[in-house]
Design a protein around this ligand. Structure first.
Ligand code: 13P
Length: 257
């Protein structure tokens, strides 16, 4: 992290877990455990679409932001089953995850749709969290850096420097997601640094230095401190460990360093 240059952002991704009726208990548990966090990081909880109104209500006045896990690249109209940026903002959503590997893997999202969603998102007030990362076979083939660089460039196609500054990138190695295998802090740092270099190449050093780059993939209450101590890791996107206020609070507090 480098709080002088950019924001630290700790975001939970609940994936397809939790009911609307679970939100209030979670919110009061979490907020009681992370007092003063606003002075060292931003905290976000990304819930399933249907839980967003309950989450916005439960976190009102707490400084914890609410995020969605997906959005439509289209503004409105005949797109059955989709949710627009305006509809997300309307129920109090402030962030949205774009291009999570589970969406790429199971729901046909591509670098092209990720770019379309990012461009649509940047026309709205929502803060995008764009996910990139390699699979195990891609890592073993030795193409991690090239592949992640390509995902970053494709996602950012036609994005201006000022929009880049409000875009969060999440580096999530697919092999580390939900597996209990975490990238070593050094490996995660290396890729996050390389992502910043790609952004510098597309824009300039000042823009690259201002971008928040998160690590995601089995980040938990035990390993968060060491990962967050890396200079180019500016936060986390946390799945399993964001489902319990206690473990998520430890991660938020680990960012206070
Ligand atoms: P886990 O923390 O459960 O590995 O999930 C990471 C993730 O995919 C967050 O978006």
């Amino acid at each position: 992290m480098n709080r002088d240059l950019r924001k630290t952002v700790i975001a939970g991704n609940w994936k397809m877990n939790m009911l609307a009726s679970d939100v209030e208990t979670f919110a009061s548990g979490l907020t009681s455990l992370i007092s003063g966090f606003k002075s060292w990081c931003d905290v976000v909880i990304c819930t399933p679409f249907v839980n967003l109104p309950a989450a916005a209500e439960a976190f009102k006045g707490s400084d914890v932001g609410v995020g969605a896990q997906n959005m439509s690249q289209f503004e409105s109209g005949a797109y059955t089953g989709e949710v627009s940026t305006a509809q997300l903002s309307d129920v109090g959503t402030e962030y949205v995850i774009i291009g999570h590997s589970e969406r790429r893997q199971y729901f046909g999202e591509t670098d092209k749709s990720v770019n379309e969603k990012l461009v649509a998102c940047l026309k709205s007030p929502l803060v995008p969290i764009v996910c990139v990362g390699e699979t195990l076979s891609e890592r073993e083939t030795g193409i991690t850096f090239d592949l992640v660089a390509m995902q970053v460039k494709a996602a950012l196609f036609s994005v201006s420097a000022s929009d880049m500054r409000r875009t969060i990138i999440a580096y999530e190695p697919v092999w580390a997601i939900g597996t209990g295998k975490t990238a070593t802090p050094e490996d995660a740092q290396e890729v996050c640094k390389a992502i910043r270099k790609v952004i510098e190449g597309l824009y300039d050093k000042a823009t690259a230095d201002a971008v928040t780059i998160q690590y995601g993939g089995s980040m938990n209450d035990k390993n968060a401190k060491e990962l967050l101590a890396q200079p180019d890791i500016d936060g986390g996107l946390i799945g399993g460990a964001s489902l319990k206020p206690d473990s998520f609070a430890v991660i938020v507090n680990a960012a206070n360093q």
